[in-house]
Design a protein around this ligand. Structure first.
Ligand code: ATP
Length: 140
């Protein structure tokens, strides 16, 4: 089975969506292998989003991602990476509400930045992001 890294972002936690999101995860056939609540500092957030470091929204993204605790989780199922991305919906939560009203971002997000959840965009990103938060987790 495949693993992916899901994360409830600060706006998801602040809006009390944690239980609802976890329910959807389990009902959709994923197993939650690991989860932890952490407060990212600026350094952590910059490393996690290093591929976006040159983007104009980077400083704002770092500020948002360090504004409160997050809950990274390791999810497992067949086709976990693509299926989790499909379940969360488009990056811009306002668009998600229109085009993917059943998606998680439509439910709990509010904007392009404040989109309440993260999902690895490839198996390669998934292994990097899983070891970022769970360094003791064996690959595969
Ligand atoms: P994620 O990687 O968090 O699952 P994504 O793959 O849908 O989201 P990316 O393009 O990788 O989106 O951007 C990472 C995060 O940066 C987004 O989830 C969002 O919070 C923020 N972001 C992306 N584009 C913008 C933008 N134009 N303005 C503000 N924030 C943005």
């Amino acid at each position: 089975k495949e693993k992916t890294l899901a994360m409830i972002k600060p706006d998801g936690l602040l809006g009390n969506y944690t239980d609802k999101i976890k329910m959807i995860i389990l009902e959709s056939g994923f197993s939650i292998l690991k989860e932890v609540m952490v407060q990212l500092d600026e350094d952590n957030a910059k490393h996690f989003y290093t591929e976006h470091s040159g983007r104009n929204f980077f400083p704002s993204l770092i500020k948002f991602m360090t504004s409160g605790p997050v809950i990274p989780m390791v999810l497992e199922k067949e086709n976990a990476v693509a299926d989790w991305r499909a379940l969360i919906g488009p990056t811009d939560a306002r668009k998600a509400k229109l085009s993917h009203p059943q998606s998680i971002r439509a439910m709990c997000g509010s904007a392009t930045e404040r989109n309440c959840v993260h999902g690895s965009d490839s198996p390669k990103a998934a292994s990097r992001e899983i070891s970022f938060f769970f360094p003791d987790m064996l690959p595969g």
